[in-house]
Design a binder for this molecule. Structure first.
Ligand SMILES: Cc1cc2nc3c(=O)[nH]c(=O)nc-3n(C[C@H](O)[C@H](O)[C@H](O)COP(=O)(O)OP(=O)(O)OC[C@H]3O[C@@H](n4cnc5c(N)ncnc54)[C@H](O)[C@@H]3O)c2cc1C
Length: 395
């Protein structure tokens, strides 16, 4: 049996980032990936906040566009424009980026095994089993970076993934006949059916965009909502759908068990995903660094019991922000189309575009919420919405 210091199950972007850190720290690292090719099929909008460059390398050739801001659209198409004078986010060639990160891990010394689906894990002994005549492997630490439907998560918690909260996501790559887009701006459309999900439009060129959505709906419903959206927007004219993508986004759960014996979870497998946007990459990369520091210490001291520090450090760092985002989501879930229109109008009337532009951040919403509370803006909007809801109960 081949022995490693660390075996990572899943060569997604978060798993390979962790593997790179561990290999650079001098450990013997193996990465097991069930697919034959890294990164395909695409299951991502590829929109990442500017913080990305602080947490992982990003070569220029993988940046399709730089985004300065967003147009937010209410159900009746009232619009808020939020933007800054500098890049706020990048639109990435996500398939290329996954391959790039895997190559960095290999360059650092990690061994990558493609076409190696892990079928079982013994979390006490630190052994993984592939079946099909492929050898078993063992490690002092096993990391489940195997995505939303994580086998390792089931082993760690002894619970089926069916019990975890997830939302579905769909995306089309759409080509339009006319040039519709300014590639420096994305568009987000909200409505009560999808809320707290939303529709995103991420232009790749003036003619082509990734148009997708996530919500508490099944794939067929999401598909239909997207088609209706394209057909009812009179501005779009003729279009063709070049590709369709589908994926699952796990929902953050502060009670999820992340560490058990020699094993822990990372990235989507750990539901390390921002509730408001469904974005998982930047947080996954930050968690990969925390996990690598703690795992390196545990291996140096031969003290695998200290792996639990990873869970507590992760919760200390992110729990407050993630719970706040969950509360924002719960509020959005209760709003009707009328409420959303009203809110957009009021925000515009009260000059909120400037505040959102200044304090809004794709990766952390609490500075904006704090500012909206400080200026009293939230109080001027919410009580009226809630009182209209209460009033409507009597009609
Ligand atoms: C439609 C959609 C749009 C999104 N848009 C964005 C966005 O714009 N920005 C953003 O930040 N995030 C976005 N996300 C989320 C983002 O894609 C994920 O958070 C990210 O891919 C998580 O990376 P990961 O490495 O944890 O897991 P994954 O990328 O899911 O990688 C897991 C890997 O494990 C492998 N694997 C699974 N089981 C096994 C097994 N038993 N044995 C071996 N290998 C296995 C899989 O093949 C896969 O390669 C989006 C998600 C969806 C669905």
């Amino acid at each position: 049996m081949i022995n490693y210091d660390v075996l990572v199950v899943g060569a997604g972007p978060v798993g390979t980032t962790f593997a790179r850190y561990m290999a650079l720290n001098g450990f013997k690292v193996g990465v097991l990936e069930k697919k034959k090719e890294i990164g395909v099929p695409l299951q991502c909008a590829g929109l990442l906040g500017k913080q990305l460059k602080k947490v992982n390398p990003l070569p220029d050739e993988l940046i399709i566009n730089q985004v300065y801001g967003a147009y937010l659209h209410s159900p009746s198409n009232h619009e808020l424009k939020v933007s800054k004078n500098e890049t706020q986010a990048y639109v990435l060639d996500r398939v290329g980026y996954d391959k790039f990160l895997a190559q960095l891990a290999v360059d650092a010394g990690a061994e990558l095994f493609l076409n190696h689906r892990v079928k079982d894990v013994d979390i006490k002994k630190g052994q993984v089993y592939m079946g099909n005549g492929k050898e078993e492997m063992s490690a002092k630490v096993i990391v489940g970076a195997d995505g939303y439907n994580s086998l390792i998560s089931e082993k760690i918690s002894n619970e089926s993934n069916q019990t975890s909260k997830q939302v579905q996501a769909a995306q089309f790559l759409v080509n339009f006949k006319k040039d519709l887009f300014n590639t420096n701006y994305v568009h987000l459309h909200v409505n009560a059916v999808l809320s707290p999900g939303f529709i995103w439009i991420i232009p790749l060129t003036e003619f082509t965009a990734r148009i997708g959505l996530f919500g508490n709906n099944d794939y067929h419903q999401l598909n239909n909502i997207l088609k209706d959206f394209l057909n009812h927007n009179t501005n779009y004219g003729e279009y063709s759908i070049l590709k369709k993508y589908y994926g699952i986004i796990p929902v953050y759960n502060s009670k999820k068990k992340l560490v058990n014996n020699k094993c822990f979870l990372l990235g989507d497998a750990a539901a390390q995903v921002k509730p408001t946007t469904g974005g998982g990459l930047i947080m996954g990369f930050k968690c990969a660094k925390i996990a690598a520091d703690i795992t390196s210490k545990a291996l140096d001291n031969d003290d695998m019991g200290s792996l639990t520090d990873y869970e507590s450090e992760y919760q200390n760092k992110f729990k407050k922000e993630l719970n706040m985002q969950l509360r924002v989501q719960n509020l959005f879930k209760t709003l009707s189309d009328n409420d959303l229109d009203y809110m957009f109008n009021k925000l515009k009337e009260k000059g909120a575009e400037k505040i959102i532009s200044e304090y809004g951040d794709m990766d952390s919403q609490s500075p904006l919420i704090k500012e909206l509370l400080k200026t009293g803006l939230l109080f001027t909007i919410l009580p009226k919405i809630l009182s209209r809801r209460i009033f409507s109960l009597w009609k």
